[in-house]
Design a protein around this ligand. Structure first.
Ligand code: FMN
Ligand code: SF4
Length: 438
């Protein structure tokens, strides 16, 4: 185990996580003692357009994976259109390895609720929803209790803080499907339909929930709003990098001493995060990792010093995604890891479009063949060809994301594939898994 040096410890910037270790952090009393609802009191006196401008000025980008500028998204909501507006918080958190939104809602649910109220006020919405993953029963219970506390204190409901502004907030549990994290599938699911992505355009900004103007934002995005209102855009921009401002919760898992959530200014490197997390486990050396969940191309040990912001990770050939940093060692097999992720994408594919539905089905079978010691050199071309037919040809990002670990593992670890095919690595799967594989 390594002990972090003071200069590395200084990389920690607890903003969203700052209350997590306080006793009863999830209760409204604790929250109010620690700055809670002070941002709302300030925001509710401001003009909604000024709040949108503040978020634009802060450079806040979505924490749900794509990094879309939040203020810009809010600004797309047409005003004076006579239609109801909605804010929908995406709390589905289904990306493998991602673990930042559920801990936030469990430890500090009022941070999200306060952000919801300010964001809804800014976009002139009188109804908001938090769509939470169905399996996250504990987090949903905490959130529902916190929502009730906020109603009881007059932060939600009619005439909030005597401002004349009304907001109803509903916590909605999904049934547990990865595709329901995709924002348009989420909206269909919220409306009671089967969760499948919608054709765009029109975009949710004009035709979202119940065909009305809707902002869909991630939990981390919305929870960032109160600190920005309190601290100001310049303070927010003093953390992070020029185009990726603010702090970010990096969830670290895998072969490290202390897995968990580490909130640092954007642009921190994996080398620094590893130091904060106590280093690699004894006897393990870093071999490959995901910078932002399993939908993002794998990186290797040579990428330890890549700045983990939107631009830095893109320049290294991957995607920052959800900052779910999964760390694998020289005792882990990139072929097997990729196979397990593909099983997930195959299972979670909603079936709406052919490239993703069929492509993932066949790729799983090719992987089983390779891992059972019956693969051929042509199988590697088949995998790349299949990815080529999924990437950019799928109806939504699930299909694209499924190809990431396949192409990147073939780029960095082709020898591992060849070792199975040429018999140097013992098969990991038995022939029984090959039923229907040929
Ligand atoms: C298959 C798939 C799953 C997704 N899952 C999530 C999720 O669990 N949570 C989330 O916030 N965004 C998820 N997204 C991204 C959303 O579609 C959307 O971009 C995001 O909620 C926007 O919020 P933001 O601008 O605050 O990042 C997913 C996208 C895809 C394609
Ligand atoms: S890419 Fe996959 S999940 Fe997305 S619409 Fe097509 S089949 Fe459904």
């Amino acid at each position: 185990m390594t002990t972090p040096r003071p200069e590395t410890l200084a990389k920690l910037t607890p903003v969203l996580t700052k209350r997590w270790l306080s006793p009863d952090a999830w209760r409204i009393g604790t929250y109010e003692q620690l700055d809670g609802y002070a941002a709302l009191r300030k925001a509710i006196k401001a003009h909604p357009d000024d709040l949108i401008q503040l978020i634009k000025d802060s450079g806040l980008r979505g924490r749900g994976g794509a990094g879309f500028p939040t203020g810009l998204k809010w600004g797309f909501i047409p005003q004076g259109d006579g239609k109801p507006h909605y804010l929908v918080v995406n709390a589905d958190e289904g990306e493998p390895g991602t673990c930042k939104d559920l801990p936030l809602m469990t430890h500090d649910p009022h941070a999200l609720i306060e952000g919801v109220i300010i964001a809804s006020y800014a976009i002139r919405a009188n109804r908001a929803y938090i769509y939470i993953r169905g399996e996250a029963v504990h987090a949903a219970r905490r959130l529902r209790n916190a929502v009730q506390e906020a109603y009881d204190k007059g932060y939600l409901g009619r005439n909030i803080l005597r401002s004349g502004y009304d907001l109803e907030l509903v916590v909605h549990s999904g049934a547990g499907a990865y595709i329901c994290g995709e924002e348009t599938a989420l909206l269909d699911s919220l409306e009671g339909f089967r969760g499948q992505p919608r054709l765009r355009p029109p975009f949710p900004a004009t035709h979202g929930l119940y065909a009305s103007p809707t902002v869909v934002n991630n939990v981390g995005t919305i929870a960032s709003v109160p600190p920005i209102v309190l601290g100001g855009a310049d303070w927010w921009k003093s953390m992070g990098t020029e185009k990726s401002s603010g702090p970010m919760i990096y969830s670290l898992s895998g072969r490290i001493v202390n897995p968990g959530q580490y909130e640092c200014s954007m642009g921190v490197t994996l080398r620094e995060l590893l130091e904060l997390a106590g280093g690699m486990q004894l006897g393990h050396n870093l071999r490959f990792w995901t910078p932002g969940g399993s939908s993002t191309p794998l990186l290797a040990a040579e990428h330890l010093d890549v700045p983990l912001d939107f631009e830095g990770v893109a320049a290294a050939g991957s995607i920052l995604g959800t900052t779910a940093t999964q760390i694998f060692s020289d005792q882990d097999c990139p072929v097997y890891a990729t196979y397990r992720w593909l099983e997930f994408y195959h299972h979670e594919s909603c079936g709406k479009c052919t490239p993703c539905r069929e492509g993932n089905y066949w790729m799983v079978r090719v992987y089983r063949r390779i891992l059972a010691g019956q693969g051929t050199h042509e199988d590697l071309d088949t995998l790349l060809d299949t990815c080529d037919n999924i990437l950019g040809r799928s109806f939504c990002g699930l299909g694209d994301g499924a190809t990431s670990s396949v192409t990147s593992s073939l780029q960095y670890f082709k020898q591992d594939y060849l070792d199975y095919i040429e018999g140097r690595t013992a098969p990991k799967l038995s022939e029984k898994t090959l039923v229907g594989a040929h």
